[in-house]
Write a protein that binds this ligand. Structure first.
Ligand code: DQA
Length: 139
């Protein structure tokens, strides 16, 4: 089974970025834990701050991989182009957020990704990613 984790803008700063919202752990450290936990899964991780690069990666893995775990960061709330990429590919996409966006500012309550995603998981810190991978593993 092949699963891609795709992280959008500013998520390269996890561990340093607003730790009261996003925690103290880097994504690289968490990704190592995920690889240890899900040994049977071929897991890849990609992060970019650029909308087009995220779209290219969704296209690249979206006809071949079994699942995509996508945290589009702030593009969640703005990007019709990323939502179109999610619709365009065959691989199911789970939308993930570290924080509970519904507890936060109103502008974070709107997601262009949710209507085209298989489902959405948010508010569980980095564990949100693990929950999404578990869905693909157990389905
Ligand atoms: C986020 C929530 C977004 O609103 C924000 O822009 C992010 C991170 C989250 O994982 O909680 O960059 O997607």
């Amino acid at each position: 089974m092949k699963i891609a984790i795709i992280n959008g803008p500013n998520l390269n700063l996890l561990g340093k970025r607003e730790p009261e919202v996003y925690g103290n752990e880097t994504f690289e450290a968490y990704f190592e834990l995920l690889q240890k936990e899900f040994k049977t899964i071929d897991l890849i991780y990609f992060q970019s701050n650029h909308e087009g690069d995220l779209i290219d990666k969704i296209h690249e893995v979206g006809f071949d991989f079994d699942g995509i775990v996508l945290n589009a960061g702030a593009y969640t709330h703005t990007s019709i182009a990323i939502a179109d990429a999610v619709s365009a590919v065959e691989t199911p996409v789970i939308e993930v957020h570290i924080s509970n966006v519904f507890k936060r500012e109103q502008f974070r309550h709107q997601s262009y990704i949710s209507p085209v995603a298989k489902g959405t998981i948010g508010g569980f810190g980095l564990q949100s990613y693990k929950l999404a991978i578990s869905y693909f593993l157990n389905k």
